[in-house]
Design a protein around this ligand. Structure first.
Ligand code: ASP
Length: 339
């Protein structure tokens, strides 16, 4: 083979390599993750610089956990579950360890996960002994014929699934206990709009939504519910379409806030429906529901979302929301207060 032939062959192979790299790029879907750690009446003046750093560090750890799963080609469901486990294991948030107390002084946890690729979902409510309710929700989705399990039955299923069980007092934190006592003292206040002003009503629920490299969306949410909840009250979190929803056709969403309003307004499904039937963008649809519909009813809270193209939203009608995201275009942030 003469030198010219070798040179042409080299050029051809270079062109082939460039082509396949470009093809990979176009085949590769955008991916990313968004999280929240609850919305509420957060005034910057009430937090020390150290407290802010502690929250930001935990939010970053959670985001990195999920993002690295997505970056390695893992599924959005796996990313959502593992991210929420990090937040459930932290006493900083109202989910898992650090959950708020019921009026009887107990911790009753709710969680949900949804797979946007097939609309499968798993949810649990009234859980008192499962360390990570989000793992149980995923087991309900993947290893049972059901969507929702509650109380004792759900806990029996957890044992069968070898999901870690803890003593109920594992969930105890002094801070949440003190909040329950303060709220009980103020129980006579019937005006629900006080939820927005009253710093004890900080919704610390955690949530995560993700889009993976295969274009699949997933959403998950986990909570202790609302402080002083009574009579086996269940909030919006484990109600599919209220606090949690994912659909590859539109978006993945997770909510936090005063659950009764999110149930009545079927908030996350409403946002998805506005996108599906009215062609609104994720941001437009979320703003319509969170900043218009809910505000008119004094329904406090926020929603995070990611759509099938990787656009994100972190919308809230309170003073603040623990939140953050990371997407494959190199953008990322962690925030607590209003901009
Ligand atoms: N939405 C939750 C509930 O009502 C509370 C929260 O977001 O912190 O149970």
């Amino acid at each position: 083979m003469n030198k010219t032939k070798i040179f042409i062959l080299l050029l051809l192979s270079l062109a082939l390599i460039t082509c396949s790299v470009q093809e990979d790029k176009t085949n590769q879907h955008n991916f990313g993750i968004v999280i929240h750690g609850g919305a509420g009446s957060m005034e910057k003046a009430n937090y020390t610089a150290k407290q802010i750093t502690v929250y930001e560090k935990k939010l970053n750890e959670a985001i990195e956990t999920g993002y690295s799963i997505l970056d390695k080609g893992g599924s959005s469901i796996e990313a959502v579950e593992q991210t929420i486990v990090v937040l459930e294991n932290s006493p900083l948030f109202n989910a898992g360890k650090g959950a708020v107390f019921t009026s009887n002084g107990l911790n009753e946890l709710d969680a949900a996960i949804m797979d946007g690729s097939n609309l499968n979902a798993g949810t649990v409510a009234g859980i008192t002994t499962v360390k990570n309710p989000i793992k149980l929700a995923r087991a309900v989705m993947e290893n049972s014929k059901h969507v929702m399990m509650i109380g004792d039955g759900a806990e029996k299923f957890a044992k069968k699934q070898n999901i870690e069980i803890v003593e109920p007092n594992y969930f105890y934190t002094e801070e949440r206990w003190k909040i329950l006592q303060r709220i009980k003292e103020n129980e006579t206040n019937k005006d629900e709009s006080y939820l927005n002003k009253y710093s004890d009503y900080k919704f610390g629920t955690v949530g995560c939504v993700a889009l993976d490299k295969n274009g699949n969306l997933a959403a998950g949410t986990s909570t202790g519910g609302m402080t002083n909840k009574k009579y086996g009250r269940v909030g919006d979190v484990p109600i599919i379409g209220a606090g949690t929803y994912a659909n590859n056709y539109t978006c993945a969403l997770s909510a936090t806030g005063h659950g009764e309003f999110f149930i009545r307004n079927v908030v996350t499904h409403d946002i998805s429906a506005l996108m599906e039937y009215k062609n609104l963008s994720l941001e437009e649809a979320t703003k319509e529901v969170v900043m218009n519909k809910l505000v008119k009813q004094k329904g406090a809270g926020g929603v995070i979302g990611i759509d099938k193209a990787g656009n994100i939203t972190m919308t809230f009608n309170t003073n603040g929301m623990f939140r953050g995201f990371k997407t494959n275009d190199g953008n990322s942030t962690v925030k607590i207060f209003k901009d």
